[in-house]
Ligand binder design. Structure first.
Ligand SMILES: C[S@@+](CC[C@H](N)C(=O)[O-])C[C@H]1O[C@@H](n2cnc3c(N)ncnc32)[C@H](O)[C@@H]1O
Length: 383
């Protein structure tokens, strides 16, 4: 969409998200999210106003969050009855949604735009932990490809952690394909389907000790307003909201440090504070993809520098760069099969899961999987 006028870029972004939520096999609960993005794309005055926002504000997504925020807060009739509440089933969808949404956007256009001007779109998808945990299982877990000594305690750093939900990946249960892993009494189970012929390794994690998140704009879960905005940024889909609330409860029960700042600037100090006895896992789900090329190079330099002193493994679950339909390279610089980049450009967006370990003067890398952007499936590529 790069060459389109701004308004058409906003419309194209809305339609792309709507398409992502309406594949032929989509569950009924996805209808509202797809219809919300269609409603945004069809509202000319909204699209025209959103076009004045800088492209990196993700205007169509921001508008969906603003509308959801207002609908939840003000309960407009009849629109509010379409929105699920966390922990409740998805309300029935019907064709009355479209006229109700168009009328609401027209009536509340100024309020929607005011929110879009002051807020950032910041989505946290805890389901991505199933893909990340599978990646960690492959490189470090018992029975993994390069197992670490039993009982060794890893340190975890989560880049772009947002609300810190990714800091608790050892506290969730996983059902990846047909394989279960994680604590049997976990309050949240994340299911991730297997695509393709290769069975992913079990999502069994090593012991995790010290954990630190980094985010340029951390979300304070003790602040009701921040939580309401976090929920508004989640797609209005019952299962998504339920797992978000369950993960928020876990994060509240186990407060973990989150450092505010740009990840490239803050990471050296965070790594330096981790006791030497812990091998380090640096996890990045949909974070480093947002770095400009020189900053991404800066991140890689920080990790390589650390690797000279102690091994550090960087797991990245990110779309290809440059961000958008022209994406062709992995953020980690992994060699990709030509078919994978072609597929990415033709059939829309997925993430690539990769692992790079930095040691003194060496770097080992592994392309692990391609993965659904919201944690719903994984296609294992590593042999
Ligand atoms: C798309 S969200 C992903 C959040 C979480 N990792 C997940 O997968 O659900 C990207 C996060 O990265 C943060 N972020 C983006 N650029 C960053 C930077 N340069 N330094 C630190 N955090 C950054 C954003 O504030 C946001 O919380």
């Amino acid at each position: 969409v790069g060459g389109l006028p701004e308004a058409e870029q906003v419309r194209a972004q809305a339609l792309e998200v709507a398409a992502g939520w309406s594949p032929p096999d989509a569950p009924e609960s996805w209808q509202l999210t797809a219809a919300l993005f269609e409603a945004i794309s069809e509202h000319d005055a909204l699209v025209a106003a959103l076009a004045s926002l800088p492209a990196d504000r993700l205007a169509a997504l921001l508008a969906s969050a603003a509308i959801t925020f207002l609908v939840r807060r003000d309960r407009p009739v009849p629109l509010a009855r379409y929105w699920p509440d966390p922990g409740s089933p998805q309300p029935a969808f019907d064709p009355g949604f479209h006229p109700a949404a168009a009328a609401f956007i027209s009536e509340r256009l100024d309020d929607v735009l005011a929110l879009c001007t002051v807020r950032r779109y910041q989505m946290n998808e805890v389901a991505r932990c199933a893909q990340i945990a599978t990646g960690i299982g492959a490189i470090a877990g018992p029975g993994g490809l390069s197992p670490s000594p039993a009982g060794q305690v890893f340190a975890l750093v989560d880049l772009g952690t947002g609300a810190g939900l990714g800091l608790h990946l050892d506290r969730y249960r996983y059902l990846v394909g047909t394989r279960a892993a994680g604590p049997a009494d976990a309050s949240l189970t994340l299911s991730c389907a297997q695509r393709g012929a290769s069975m992913p390794p079990p999502a069994s994690l090593p012991l995790i000790g010290p954990r630190t998140g980094i985010d340029v704009a951390p979300i304070d879960l003790s602040d009701p307003a921040a939580l309401a905005w976090l929920e508004a940024c989640a797609p209005p889909e019952a299962a998504t909201l339920s797992r978000l609330s369950a993960a928020v409860e876990v994060a509240r029960r186990h407060p973990a440090p989150v450092v505010a700042g740009d990840l490239v600037d803050v990471l050296p100090d965070v790594l330096a504070r981790i006791p030497a006895r812990h091998p380090v896992l640096v996890v990045d789900a949909y974070a480093s993809v947002f770095l400009p090329p020189d900053r991404l190079a800066g991140l890689i330099a920080v990790l390589a520098d650390t690797g000279r002193v102690r091994p550090v493994t960087w797991l990245s679950l990110d779309p290809l760069v440059p961000l958008g339909p022209e994406g062709r390279e992995s953020v980690q610089g992994l060699e990709l099969p030509a078919s994978l980049a072609r597929d990415y450009q033709q059939h829309g967006v997925f993430a690539v899961l990769g692992a790079v370990t930095f040691g003194p003067g060496w770097r080992r890398e592994r392309l692990l999987a391609r993965a659904h952007p919201s944690g719903q499936w994984i296609e294992w590529l590593d042999r």
